[in-house]
Design a protein around this ligand. Structure first.
Ligand code: C2E
Ligand code: CA
Ligand code: CA
Length: 670
């Protein structure tokens, strides 16, 4: 009996202890309520057992109290059990839902197109999806337990690894690109995002990394970069690449106390080949020259060759002496001068080479190239085809280089200005027109005459931009004059390459319409020399311009060697005899004969003729006797800005209306 009582008391103690333990273990969440209720039920069971004991030991002697309290406790226990079970059922349902969701999530990860890996804070892989296995050509078993490749020093530089851990350890997300080489030596690129996974206490328990294969995208980017650094025609590095590579070479040479020489080679008269035989032939020649030069460059690992653009090539060589550089320049020269046979024609090309040395002449890549360019131009101007840079070579060349990079800006900011030089009709002494002559009002160099920049613009491919500016401004000006009742003509100079530009005709048309001008008031002046380079297409462009009703005049006539037959093929209505003959015709019989025969020839061909460069009254009078049609020159007036020109014109016209005492009104005030 005693033993049974003892066991019963022990049971009570154990049940109470279980309740206390259960309550301590239960997390204080709502879902834990069920467990609390069940625990309470156990507590009540213990209470009931206590009541039974108290009654059996006669500590409670009223049977009614005993029965009542026993029933109450039994009822409460049943109630609590019921509620607890309902709650537990709900918990199970919720858990099932969570499990389903987790399954879906894991399916997404499993079937994802991105490779995913989950790893521990000490970089041990716990999970990999099939894509990740595919990326590393390994099974999950081979990968799990190891460190992800992108977190090993073997694949990622220490500095990057440090950055990654510094970021993700504090809960940040790291994004970056990673290159890996597989066992077959094939390179692959991935874009990686590493994010931390935290528990409910916000502690980092894992990291997940997703890797997206960007190998193709990367290759495309590399190809685009390479394309932008290489010349499409010759496959040689271009100027940008050359410049970058030279910068690195300079840094290296500084450390090693070595020298560098930069050589710039320019093919003579290449533009004429392009203009007369077409760009396709020009391209074949350039490819051949580039392979010859490339052969020389490949003989020595110190040499680096590039195409600067057009017909210019750059080469730099490290650790060299002046003699070695001169020798190299000679090799390059001879290579280009070797006979060239293209499309059944033989070409004998010649070159000019300029070179500059580091550290002697300049210390930066840009400056070295500039100096080599100055030396190359000095070579062009001299009888030597190879010239080493010297500071006193020609300061003007540096100015030329600077100007060439500012043409567009000059046009946009209206730094150009047109001057106008009047042209007189011999017949009635009236001003029939004027020639528009450009000047550049440079913010630093002041007024720059056209002779100093037009040729440069032609060579650097900027001339059309200037011609566009001239044509639209000249026509706008002419329209103003017409509105002010000055019905005169206007001559505009255009370059050879402008005529080859398919946009010129439409530009002329647009400007005529915009300014409401009659085309017969406009004359395009094209030099005789540039006309001689023309092919069939350019002649047809000239015909289209003439069909618009615009006059075409041959400028600087007599300096070229145009045959009469050649002239008749051109839609030309006008000739301007070159000023060099006119200016000397009083002193030099030969020039006088040329002037006289040119006037006769022009008239025989039905063309009108202007003599420019008339500097004195005697020349003017002789030209009148020779039946020249129009006169232009300093004797009449120098080129003037618009305001001076209009003032001069009005003064001239007023004098003309007064009785004439000499052959020209007295207007020499400019
Ligand atoms: P050009 O077309 O032969 O123009 C005539 C040049 O001779 C002008 O020089 C003018 O000032 C100069 N001149 C006129 N009369 C006399 C004279 O009696 N004596 C002397 N010694 N010179 C005289 P400028 O304005 O310096 O122009 C030089 C050249 O620049 C022009 O020669 C033309 O080839 C070119 N040029 C001028 N403006 C333009 C332009 O808008 N476009 C293009 N493409 N070339 C232009
Ligand atoms: Ca002219
Ligand atoms: Ca001229």
């Amino acid at each position: 009996m005693v033993n049974i009582t003892l066991i019963q008391w022990l049971t009570v103690v154990i049940q109470v202890a279980a309740v206390i333990l259960a309550l301590r273990l239960i997390p204080l969440t709502k879902k834990a309520m069920a467990w609390s209720l069940l625990s309470l039920a156990f507590l009540l069971m213990a209470s009931r057992r206590t009541l039974d004991l108290l009654f059996s030991q006669s500590l409670i002697d009223d049977p009614l109290i005993h029965t009542l309290s026993t029933q109450m406790v039994a009822f409460t226990i049943s109630l609590l059990l019921l509620i607890g079970i309902v709650l537990i059922k709900r918990i199970f349902i919720q858990q099932q839902r969570d499990a389903d969701q987790l399954k879906k999530l894991s399916l997404v990860t499993e079937q994802s197109h991105s490779a995913s890996v989950i790893f521990t804070p000490d970089a041990m892989i716990e999970y990999v999806n099939p894509k990740y296995c595919e990326l590393y050509n390994a099974s999950p078993q081979q990968l799990i337990g190891n460190t992800p490749a992108f977190l090993t020093a073997e694949h990622t530089p220490d500095s990057t690894l440090k950055k990654i851990w510094n970021k993700i350890r504090i809960g940040g997300i790291w994004k970056g690109e990673f290159c890996d080489t597989n066992t077959a030596g094939k390179q692959s690129w991935s874009r990686i995002v590493i994010s931390p996974i935290t528990n409910e206490k916000e502690q980092i328990v894992n990291y997940i990394a997703t890797l997206e294969d960007i190998t193709i995208e990367k290759q495309q980017r590399i190809t685009i970069k390479e394309l932008s650094l290489h010349d499409a025609l010759t496959q040689l590095p271009n100027k940008i690449y050359f410049n970058q590579s030279l910068q690195l070479a300079i840094k290296d040479a500084e450390c090693r106390k070595q020298t560098i020489a930069v050589l710039l080679l320019d093919i003579n008269n290449f533009k004429e080949i392009n203009n007369t035989l077409g760009h396709l032939t020009g391209d074949v020649i350039l490819r051949e020259i580039s392979s010859r030069l490339n052969y020389i460059a490949s003989q020595n690992s110190n040499h680096s060759l590039a195409r600067m653009g057009g017909d210019e090539f750059l080469l730099y060589t490290t650790n060299t002496t002046a003699e070695q550089t001169l020798d190299l320049a000679n090799q390059m020269k001879l290579a280009v001068q070797q006979p060239l046979h293209v499309e059944n024609r033989n070409f004998d090309l010649s070159v000019n080479i300029g070179f500059a040395c580091f550290p002697e002449h300049a210390s930066s890549a840009d400056e070295l190239i500039k100096c080599a360019d100055v030396a190359m131009y000095a070579a062009k101007a001299s009888s030597h085809s190879i010239v080493q840079y010297q500071p006193d070579l020609d300061d003007g060349k540096l100015k030329r280089l600077e100007l060439s990079s500012h043409f567009r800006q000059a046009a946009e900011e209206n730094e150009f200005i047109l001057y106008f030089q009047p042209q007189m009709n011999f017949k009635d002494k009236k001003i029939l027109g004027s020639e528009a002559l450009i000047r550049w009002l440079h913010p630093e160099y002041g007024m720059i005459p056209p002779d100093e920049f037009i040729q440069l613009a032609e060579q650097s491919g900027h001339i059309y931009m200037i011609t566009e500016w001239v044509i639209s401004n000249a026509m706008a000006q002419l329209s103003q004059w017409h509105k002010a009742q000055h019905y005169i003509n206007l001559s505009v100079n255009v370059s050879a390459t402008d005529i080859q530009n398919p946009e010129l005709v439409s530009l002329l048309e647009t400007e005529l319409i915009r300014n409401k001008l009659e085309p017969a008031f406009i004359t395009l002046e094209i030099t005789e020399n540039s006309l001689m380079l023309y092919n069939k297409q350019t002649i047809s462009a000239l015909i289209r311009i003439a069909e618009l009703g615009i006059n075409i005049s041959i400028d600087d006539f007599g300096t070229g060697y145009s045959s009469l037959q050649y002239l008749t093929k051109m839609p030309v209505s006008h000739i301007k005899i070159d000023k060099s003959f006119v200016m000397k015709m009083l002193q030099n019989d030969q020039d006088a004969i040329i002037v006289r025969s040119t006037i006769d020839m022009a008239h025989n061909l039905g063309l009108t003729i202007t003599a420019e460069g008339i500097e004195d009254e005697d020349t003017l009078q002789i030209l009148e006797v020779l039946r020249c049609d129009h006169a232009q020159g300093y004797h009449l007036a120098r080129p003037m800005n618009n305001q001076d020109f209009i003032g001069w014109l009005e003064h001239y016209n007023s004098q003309l209306e007064a009785p004439i005492t000499a052959s020209l009104p007295n207007t020499q005030r400019v």
